[in-house]
Design a protein around this ligand. Structure first.
Ligand SMILES: Cc1ncc(COP(=O)(O)O)c(C=O)c1O
Length: 376
């Protein structure tokens, strides 16, 4: 008897990662150009990905920076960076949102010497205040900040934060998980030493690999200070192996690297500026549509990253009902701030067409339109 495949409900993802992927990513994922991570074909693919990641992030001096791929999601990749920075001494975790809180918890559980600088979650970080705070500290060696707080959709002023930390003599780590490839980051102007991205967000590949962009002089300093207290998430060890051999230390799936190859080729062909523009314009369009339905957008427009948007549901509906009704329409919608079930989030990071956006708007009209709610 022929094997029957499982019928699948194919929901279109308007989520902040994993996201809808272009066809070429799927093609490369299921049929990689090589099939073992020590082959020459893998080395070629790996080097091309390293080169393209730097180009897509707009680095003006790509020779100053190395790209390391970890088999980890964003959380694991941040942890590898925190562990590496810990070798330098005490650090500060700048926390103004959900993912900053997670970093602080990772540092706490990992026994990393740190303090937490807390700031409001609904406004971008106040750089002058951070400056004042840092002036009172004597023994810090590094800082770690989230560039775009995805849950709140808040965009932090990375250049101001990075330059301020630098003036105080700190090395700078930045979680760029939901900002990399989504809007221009100016990593060099900000003086970022370690930047973390993942493959599953605005790069539009599949989840599984973390990307670390590290300044070469940062890696030299980390290598000199390394205590050898991690094995799998050893950033220095992984970086050095990859620089030397264009291959990972351990068995990272060839398929995931091939998917990244597909994503890079796709973004190069459409152009990174057009990709970023599409993300923003689609989100603006959906925001206008929802506001027209009487649904309130959270956060002052000038504070938003315009990668994802949070919205307040009309009275009488909570997130679990919304997500079920939207799934019936063929779309998957994620919660906003997790502690508030009146919120939901729309994200246009993925490979979404004009037809997808029109379909989503029609679905929102059906599910949230005033007349519909009044009749129901
Ligand atoms: C800013 C930020 N940091 C870290 C993470 C964690 O990434 P992952 O879910 O890949 O571990 C996310 C996930 O959405 C994020 O948006």
């Amino acid at each position: 008897m022929p094997l029957r495949t499982t019928p699948r409900a194919r929901l279109t993802l308007f989520t902040p990662g994993p996201v809808e992927i272009p066809t070429i990513v799927n093609d490369y994922l299921i049929d990689p150009p090589c099939n073992y991570h020590r082959q020459d074909g893998f080395k070629d693919m790996f080097a091309a990905n390293q080169r393209d990641v730097k180009a897509l992030l707009g680095l003006e001096r790509p020779g100053d920076v190395d790209v390391t791929f970890l088999l980890a999601s964003g959380t694991g990749t941040n942890e590898a960076c925190l562990r590496a920075l810990a070798a330098l001494g005490k650090g500060v975790i700048i926390e103004n949102g959900f993912f900053g809180q997670r970093l602080a918890e990772q540092a706490r559980r990992g026994d990393i010497d740190h303090l937490v600088y807390r700031a409001p979650h609904d406004v971008p970080l106040d750089v002058a205040r951070l400056d004042e705070f840092l002036a009172t500290q004597r023994d810090l060696r590094w800082a770690y900040v989230v560039t775009h707080e995805t849950r709140a959709t808040l965009r932090n002023p990375l250049v101001g934060i990075g330059q301020t930390c630098k003036r105080h003599g700190l090395r700078v780590g930045a979680d760029c998980v939901s900002s990399a490839f989504a809007y221009p980051l100016e990593l060099e102007a900000a003086g970022v030493d370690l930047a973390v991205a993942t493959t599953s967000k605005a790069l539009m590949s599949v989840p599984g690999l973390g990307i670390v962009l590290a300044r070469k002089d940062m890696m030299d300093e980390l290598r000199a200070a390394a205590k050898g207290d991690t094995y799998y998430l050893d950033l220095v060890g992984e970086h050095d192996k990859q620089e030397k051999e264009l291959a990972p230390r351990f068995g990272q799936p060839v398929q995931l690297h091939a998917a990244v190859r597909g994503a890079c080729l796709h973004l190069r062909s459409i152009g990174i500026d057009a990709h970023m523009h599409r993300i923003r314009v689609q989100l603006e369009d959906i925001t206008r549509h929802l506001e027209g339905l009487g649904v309130t957008a959270m956060l002052a427009p000038e504070h938003r990253g315009w990668v994802a948007g949070n919205f307040l549901l009309p009275p009488g509906m909570l997130y679990p009902e919304l997500t079920r009704l939207m799934a019936d329409e063929g779309f998957y919608i994620l919660y906003g701030a997790i502690e508030d079930p009146r919120q939901f989030q729309v994200c246009t990071m993925g490979d979404l067409s004009a037809a997808d956006v029109d379909g989503l708007k029609t679905a929102f009209t059906r599910v949230l339109g005033r007349d519909v709610r009044a009749v129901a």
